[in-house]
Design a protein around this ligand. Structure first.
Ligand SMILES: Nc1nc2c(ncn2[C@@H]2O[C@H](COP(=O)(O)OP(=O)(O)OP(=O)(O)O)[C@@H](O)[C@H]2O)c(=O)[nH]1
Ligand SMILES: [Mg+2]
Length: 365
């Protein structure tokens, strides 16, 4: 090989190495040509219509108590289990009957109903030889169901006469769960395909109307509200008038919490109902009672019933007390059925009350 040939070969080698290096560098900085292009995402111009706020699909009322039964059973297990244990003893003597009565009274059933049940159980279980545990269970269940009264009509009156909306007024002392109840009942009605309007007749605090409105918005229901401190009766009236004009099925009116011993506030409540009724009859007055307040709930019930004709009781926070007997006591006190029970803080933790299901939960804990 001549010198020239060496030089040429060297040059070729340098060129090849340089080209390869350049290609390598290019390969590192440029995206590999084989990588697929990202799919095109359609972008929305900011001027387009805003996305609709998502509206929840609430759970229908049917079967709710079944879902919530374990919660009820958990809170009332000492009552059911206590009674069953006592009645399963070999001999049912005076001591046992006294303990049965004490257990019932301890669960807030009330003295009268407790004595009635004991008398009936004594007659049915006395001297019957060969009673099995299943027999005792059945007799106790039947007597407790009778005590809770399966014959009471527990339907919510949410329909108005003719073209008028049904009007539900929700009342009770502070913090019992009125606003929560209105929100939850609205969900039940929406799930059943009804049209609903809310009235924020709690005008003490702006936050109260906000709270109600939030409940409504979650299920696409509107709230009629007045200014802070405005007359609750006129807000109630306006809500029912609007409901009638729009032809909605049901107007739910939330009211401010009020202590039953404040005469002025109780008079105001009477006025709310009277004024609303100039527009359409109130089809249901729900008194909300916090089950954890026990006997105090009975005193409230008495006073509220005098001012507004209570047609149904909502017993909230049953998940928080072992004294489920208050159901019986309050029904006796007013002669008005418990229609709904609250068993938790969740949006769908309100269930229609049913005597058989309730007793089943007590005994099957
Ligand atoms: N554990 C439990 N909590 C409940 C139940 N019902 C309502 N609550 C809670 O009770 C509290 C009070 O509820 P609200 O609905 O604001 O009561 P309110 O009667 O409207 O109160 P005021 O308007 O202030 O008189 C809230 O924290 C609810 O979540 C229930 O069934 N179980
Ligand atoms: Mg409230």
């Amino acid at each position: 090989m001549t010198l020239l040939e060496y030089v040429l070969a060297g040059l070729v080698l340098v060129l090849v190495v340089a080209g390869a290096a350049a290609a390598l560098v290019r390969g590192r900085t440029l995206p590999p040509p084989t990588r697929p292009a990202p799919p095109e995402v359609p972008t929305r111009a900011p001027t387009e219509a805003p996305v609709e706020p998502s509206v929840e699909a609430p759970e229908s009322a049917r079967g709710r108590l079944l879902r919530l039964r374990s919660r009820l059973a958990r809170s009332q297990s000492s009552l059911g289990r206590g009674l069953l244990a006592l009645l399963s003893r070999d001999t049912l003597d005076e001591d046992v009957w006294e303990s049965v009565e004490d257990t019932l009274i301890g669960a807030d059933v009330g003295v009268g109903p407790a004595q009635d049940v004991v008398a009936r159980l004594r007659t049915r279980l006395r001297g019957e030889a060969g009673l099995t545990a299943a027999d005792v269970h059945r007799v106790l269940r039947e007597e407790l169901v009778t005590m809770v009264d399966p014959t009471m009509d527990r339907t919510l009156r949410v329909d108005g006469a003719g073209d008028l909306p049904g009007v539900v007024l929700v009342v009770g002392v502070n913090g019992t769960g009125k606003t929560t109840t209105v929100g939850r009942v609205a969900r039940v009605l929406v799930a059943e395909g009804r049209s609903v309007l809310l009235g924020a007749a709690d005008t003490f605090r702006a936050a109260a109307a906000d709270q109600l409105q939030t409940w409504g918005e979650r299920v696409g229901v509107e709230t009629v509200r007045g200014g802070e401190g405005s007359d609750p009766a006129s807000v109630g009236f306006q809500a029912v008038r609007t409901g009638a004009e729009r032809g909605v099925d049901t107007v739910l009116v939330d009211t401010a919490g009020r202590l039953q011993n404040k005469a002025g506030l109780m008079d105001e409540l009477g006025k709310v109902k009277r004024v609303v009724e100039k527009q359409a009859p109130v089809t249901e007055v729900l008194l909300v009672i916090d089950a954890t307040t026990g006997q105090n709930g009975l005193i409230q019930a008495r006073v509220f019933a005098e001012v507004v004709d209570v047609t149904g009781i909502v017993l909230t926070k049953l998940d928080g007390t072992a004294k489920g007997g208050i159901v019986v006591a309050v029904q006796r006190e007013l002669g008005v059925p418990v229609k709904l029970v609250g068993l938790g803080e969740g949006a769908d933790d309100l269930a229609p009350f049913d005597a058989e299901d309730f007793v089943a939960a007590l005994l099957d804990a």
